[in-house]
Design a protein around this ligand. Structure first.
Ligand code: MN
Length: 496
């Protein structure tokens, strides 16, 4: 389904050398390609044709217009003919939206019988796109290059992935994260430089005392709580006596209070910490789970980076099959015949990843020293998925992703939380070793919907390093990549 809120602009470069008739052909062909991309349901945005560009002034003006257009998530460029690339320098140096260079050609096949110099002069992307690519590389511009005919399903799929990343990058630019309480004391990886993150990733992180949240929670009228209890009984397995319990009513009050706080402040992600619950009767579990299911990013123990990443990935995955959740590598099954990792958290796993109708339950929680919290208990769908972690290395941010296969877990009758059992790629030993060398966190954003390519494209747009641990991972090569990247990220802005 097209996301009505966002556009990609289809921008074709040319020059005046060829005369008006050729330029009319260029415009017609470009408009057709833009229309095909626009009609393609896998591309989540609209694709809007823009008039063919032939001068530096027109290119600059279009790039500035794209910067200022709130609907424009990025631009797709294509050189149907040769377009001398010096004319792109001014515009591209000012463009602050992501761009994809679609290296395509109007005709799929060479018309062997009829090809002449007029045809050659009209269909020049084989060399025109190289001239454009040169200036992008010369200017060290981050972009995605996709090669293939515009009817090629692989090329379209790659554009569709990038379109989702562009929408998430645009959402990230206005992402406000609310932190209820601070970081869990003494934990390192959940910390990070919030000023650098706002400069690099555009995340705004706002801290609040838990009392600010409690004030919202305490103002929730009883009828709102009754409405929520009705929803709970409609959407989940709930024991009938539980619906009458004071504890569940309190969980509903916390949910409504959190939601009103986040809506009022236009926050799309948030954190909690069990070490700071002053005035809250229980650790928010059900509330966090339901807010995540509605698209909010979440990180536990003050982890604002993971909260923001969960939000980014939820935006990227919007409408795709499968869910996305805050996650933690909790415990391992190290049987050599079937090594696996069990992902879970104390309470806060998003029901969008569930394989079954969640069961709403209240159990004792040893940590936090509060009343027994409500939570949804379920197991996750099996199949392909990935975990992604965002860490602050001091001089830069790094995203690490690991592809996994979610497998059926044996029954765990005494485990009262949602959980996921996975086999990491290429195998648990290699994946965990690489993850630890890379400094990946125990908290992650887990997604059943996204491909590594989504995260790679998003990282590229945000200017963040992205390391992939998948079936091709080899520890010795991975260690070299870590060492080389350390150098690269110190010099990639240019040293001359
Ligand atoms: Mn945790």
């Amino acid at each position: 389904m097209k996301n009505a809120g966002f556009d990609l602009w289809f921008v074709t470069g040319s020059q005046h050398l060829y005369g008006e008739e050729t330029l009319r052909h260029v415009a017609d062909d470009s408009e057709k390609i833009a229309a095909v991309l626009d009609d393609d349901e896998s591309i989540i945005t609209r694709v809007v044709f823009k008039p063919v560009l032939t001068t530096s002034e027109a290119i600059t003006s279009l790039c500035l217009e794209a910067n200022n257009d709130n609907r424009c998530a990025g631009i797709i460029t294509w050189m149907h003919t040769f377009s001398p690339a010096k004319m792109w320098i001014s515009g591209l140096s000012k463009l602050n939206k992501p761009f994809l260079h679609f290296h395509t050609q109007y005709n799929r096949d060479i018309p062997w019988e009829t090809i002449d110099m007029d045809f050659m002069n009209l269909n020049q992307s084989a060399h025109g796109d190289r001239e454009f690519g040169y200036i992008c590389s010369r200017m060290r511009l981050s972009r995605k290059v996709v090669t293939g005919h515009w009817s090629d399903s692989e090329a379209i799929a790659s554009i569709a992935v990038w379109a989702r990343a562009a929408v998430a990058a645009l959402d990230a630019r206005s992402l406000r994260v609310a932190r209820f309480g601070d970081n869990m004391r003494d934990v390192a990886v959940t910390e990070g430089n919030k000023v650098t993150s706002q400069i690099t990733l555009a995340y705004e992180v706002h801290g609040f005392g838990v009392g600010d949240l409690v004030a919202h929670v305490n103002q929730i009228p009883d009828y709102e709580i009754s409405g929520l209890l009705k929803k709970y009984s409609d959407e989940y397995h709930v024991a009938s006596d539980l619906l009458q319990s004071a504890s569940l009513k309190e969980a509903a009050r916390i949910e409504a209070g959190m939601r009103s706080f986040l809506e009022e402040g236009n926050f799309k992600a948030f954190t909690t910490t069990f070490e700071d619950l002053h005035g809250l009767a229980q650790l928010p579990g059900l509330a966090v789970q339901r807010l995540m299911a509605d698209g909010y990013g979440f990180g536990a123990e003050g982890d604002w980076k993971t909260a923001a990443l969960v939000r980014n990935m939820k935006v990227m995955a919007s409408g795709l099959h499968g869910g996305t959740s805050f996650m933690e590598d909790y415990t391992y099954h190290l049987d050599p015949a079937a090594m696996a990792g069990l992902g879970a958290h104390m309470l806060e796993v998003c029901p969008s990843i569930a394989s079954e109708e969640p069961s709403l339950e209240i159990h004792k929680l040893g940590i936090g020293g509060k009343n027994d919290p409500a939570r949804l208990v379920f197991r996750a769908k099996t199949g392909r998925a990935l975990n992604a972690s965002l860490v602050d290395l001091g001089t830069r941010f790094r995203i690490i992703l690991n592809t996994v296969e979610v497998i059926e877990a044996p029954l765990m009758p005494k485990l009262p939380v949602a959980s996921v059992l996975w086999q990491p790629k290429p195998d648990l030993k290699t994946a965990a070793t690489a993850w630890i060398y890379a400094g990946g966190a125990h908290h992650t954003s887990f997604s059943q919907s996204l491909l590594p390519e989504h995260i790679v494209d998003f990282s590229e747009m945000m200017g963040v390093e992205c390391l992939i641990i998948d079936e091709k991972c080899n520890i010795e090569e991975f260690k070299k990549e870590l060492r080389w990247n350390d150098l690269f990220y110190h010099i990639n802005k240019g040293i001359c």
